[in-house]
Write a protein that binds this ligand. Sequence first.
Ligand SMILES: *Cc1c(COP(=O)(O)O)cnc(C)c1O
Length: 350
Amino acid sequence: MSKESAELHINFSVIQDNISYLKTNISDHTNFLSVIKANAYGHELEEFVSRLNDFTDGFAVVRLDEAMKIRKISNKPILLMQGVYQQNEIDQVIEHNLMTVLHTHEQINLYKDIQSKTKIWIKFNTGMNRLGFQMSEADQIQSFINDQNVLMTHLASSDDPSDPSNQKQMSKFQDLYESFSTKSERSILNSSGVINFPSHAYDWVRCGIGLYGGVSGVSELKTAVTFKSKIISINKIKKGDAVGYGGRIRAKQDMSIAVVYCGYADGFPQSALDGTSVRINDKEAKMFGRVSMDLITIDITHLNDVKFGDWVEFWSPQHSINKFADYNKLISYELMTRIDQRVRRVIYEN
Ligand SMILES: *Cc1c(COP(=O)(O)O)cnc(C)c1O
């Protein structure tokens, strides 16, 4: 059993289809950046770039080491979405021809020297109150506003089109843009933005979660991985018996329980609730009992043909990660990025 492991099968043709679908929302002259920070949301950054380089106009990451990995295999534009903070990093930005974000005063001096050497994205805070200059500080970055550079902002609630904050943020951004006499390029939208506000796509969009199928309610976008592990025991329990730590749940009838070789140390959320839906041999089954460090328990009472060694799919192209996330009040972003390195990665070849 020593080689046994939960597996994460990554299907890049699903990601390619998701990119195509997202692109149908925007025009040809909008540049499409694939956001592949955090190891491509757990989908293996270098595999992503080498397979999908031709289907995107560029890449966006957060860390310099991620950008350098991409640069080794691609000569497309690469954006550092949280900028850099030190002179040696600025040198790397120029040496590797990276685009970088300017979002705070402390970066202004550092960025002055590279103004003519690369595209700088100037980030404004239009209401999310996380990164970006305040609208009242526009005069401080005046010298960076030109047609080579990009004005950007980030929406706090683009996944909820009825939230009035979206219109507020977009109209602030419009006011800002109009206040400068020299025009720069513009970028607002992430994945949900591209789906819900495509008329604001402008010059660049920055799509992450949609590539991987993590946007709830959009059936065209499919989960790009199969996260699964094997059954290593099947137990018969009696009515009234409890399962797992704390005896969280008790059998209301005689039951069959499958024990699966995966737990929270693999990145499976410990908070997953009883009733969370999984798939075994193309049929649905439900979690029964608390998640342990290395084990999960599933109710298979209604499935007669399930046996030792069968695979249990937690999420897959056929069983959306959003179903798992929504039921457990978790977000697909976190589910994707917390899968542990000990889970065996398999690139699905079709
Ligand atoms: C992560 C990130 C994105 C991508 O957002 P998704 O919701 O994953 O599409 C876009 N812009 C910024 C600034 C980000 O940090």
